[in-house]
Design a binder for this molecule. Structure first.
Ligand code: BG6
Length: 511
């Protein structure tokens, strides 16, 4: 069996307790516990760890353990757990039922933490993970502060370190993101706050930095002289999968563009950081957002497009439209597809558009970044048709076929001059015997180790919302019918227009 890239080597976190707020929710079962289980199997959890699931639903620790074993069997990349290993892991799993707004809940939590300290040795250090609906965050942060659980070091309730991880969505606009930052900062220091964007934990996203800055040959062409434009696409086949009610409050712009796609854009566009740490990388990412030409309410239609999926066909099977999904308003105006064009006004990128797009119920699941280079300056092969003149592309495939492709034209062997597009491919699976760890494994481990590099800073969060707010505002006020696209197609006509107007077209690599 392939081993995980996190296995072996590397530091191990201090003994600690991980407290998950919202433990009866989907994220805990699908991502958090499977990730912690894989860290445990790889020997990356400390001895004497304890994991406390906290939620409102009444259940015992025994029930919680049973549910989590099933969840691990279903969702972990390593499949059904082995009985003896599982009982060792499960001995560190506990459940606490409580209301998030009641001080008693936090007193019970303190007692449980103290008990774990004596019984398991998970003394003093604690990571709080907020995975409840975001409307509950403020209250939990306040209560943690009041109970003394945000304080760190000797003399504090914990005695050791205290950290808080905040799951997305981080606010729903600039004002709410600012409020959340203020609430967090009232109780915690910035270095205790871990704002999650799970895309930053993906191996292929981390590789963007390695690819750009560990190879000397790309830097000289990574700019407006050689790059025509950049496309970042996150296409999903799935619909809203039972999340209709919460998705109604979000939409594709908030759910994906403001965070995952803008993060990728920053990693592609940023200047080399002086060091590989949170501060230096954070500074460069922030500079990218600061350089983006603001989109104003009046010109949103030129810079952004949206759509909503109607009934259609995926993999030959009929699927319902978004408005027919459970929990969705039958007249909903929530977009399930969004495309935005950004321009970064600095010396490196002036005049090079970055096109970002994402949608649900598209024909394929694929996430990729493609760098489209300028055409050769002299059109020597003009007469051999359009194919001969296509641009070179460098494609970074984030998922599912992780790798990198360089696309160019070659001469077909034989008499005459026929030209065809071909590519050189690097494939992670072929190149390495390791299995990619899940993004949450990496992020939880970093949180336990106190490494903030892959987490978001407050200023990045607020700047990204500053850029997104005018689009949200214009779309809110727009009275026209929301463009529809049949499920199983590549999005609404408006999105094609957005890029066609610039004489370009959307592109996705063929597997
Ligand atoms: C989440 C969004 O952040 O990312 C979901 O809320 C989306 O709507 C998911 O499906 C996609 O993540 P991944 O890792 O499957 O690309």
């Amino acid at each position: 069996m392939p081993v995980s890239a996190l296995a072996g080597g590397g530091p191990r976190p201090d003994p600690c307790a991980i407290v998950i707020f919202g433990a009866s929710g989907d994220l805990t079962a699908r991502k958090l516990i499977p990730a912690l289980w894989n860290l445990f199997q790889d020997g990356r959890l400390p001895d004497g760890f304890s994991i406390i699931g906290l939620a409102r639903t009444p259940k015992t620790s025994e029930q919680f353990r049973d549910e989590m074993r099933k969840a691990v069997a279903e969702h972990s990349r390593t499949g059904e757990p082995q009985a003896d290993q599982w009982s060792e892991f499960a001995a560190g799993l506990f459940y606490l039922q409580g209301q998030y707004d009641r001080p008693e809940t936090y007193q019970q939590l303190i007692e449980l933490l103290r008990e774990q300290c004596c019984r398991r040795g998970s003394c003093g250090n604690q990571l709080f993970y907020l995975s409840t609906p975001p409307s509950g965050y403020d209250e939990i942060i306040r209560q943690l502060g009041q109970a003394g659980l945000a304080a760190q070091g000797p003399g504090s309730v914990a005695g050791g370190w205290s950290r808080i991880m905040v799951e997305k969505p981080f606010g729903r606009d600039l004002a709410s993101a600012k409020r959340l930052n203020a609430e967090l900062r009232r109780e915690f220091e910035e270095e205790q706050i871990y704002r999650i964007d799970h895309y930053l934990g993906k191996e292929t996203i981390q590789n963007l930095l390695v690819f750009r800055f560990a190879n000397g040959i790309f830097e000289p062409i990574w700019n407006r002289r050689y790059v025509d434009h950049v496309q970042i696409s996150v296409a999903e086949k799935l619909g809203v999968e039972g999340r209709g009610a919460s998705y109604e409050e979000a939409g594709a712009l908030r759910d994906m563009i403001q965070n995952h796609l803008m993060q990728m854009m920053c990693l592609v566009a940023m200047e080399p950081p002086t060091r590989l740490d949170h501060r230096a990388i954070g500074n460069e990412k922030v500079k990218v957002l600061e350089a983006i030409r603001p989109i104003t309410d009046g010109d949103v239609a030129c810079w952004a497009a949206r759509g909503q999926y109607a009934a259609g066909t995926i993999d030959g099977k009929p699927v319902p439209g978004y408005r027919e999904e459970p929990g969705v308003d039958s007249r909903s105006r929530t977009e399930t597809y969004a495309a935005v064009k950004f321009e970064i006004e600095n010396w490196r990128w002036a005049g090079v558009p970055f096109y970002l797009r994402t949608g649900k119920r598209l024909p394929e699941r694929v996430t990729e970044v493609s760098i489209h280079f300028r055409r050769a300056p002299h059109l020597l092969f003009n007469e051999f048709g359009d194919g001969a003149m296509e641009k070179n592309r460098l494609v970074i495939r984030v998922q599912p076929h992780e790798g990198i492709g360089l696309h160019f034209r070659v001469k077909v062997p034989g008499a005459g001059m026929q030209i065809r597009p071909r590519s050189m491919q690097f494939d992670y699976k072929d190149a390495f015997e390791t299995q990619h760890p899940e993004a949450y494994e990496r992020l939880l481990l970093d949180g336990l180790l106190g490494d903030l590099t892959l987490f978001n800073r407050a200023d990045w969060m607020e700047l990204s919302w500053t850029l997104i707010d005018p689009i949200l505002c214009a779309w809110d006020q727009d009275q026209q019918a929301l463009p529809q696209y049949p499920a199983g197609t590549w999005g609404p006509e408006e999105a094609y227009d957005l890029i066609r107007r610039d004489g370009r077209k959307w592109w996705i690599s063929q597997q």
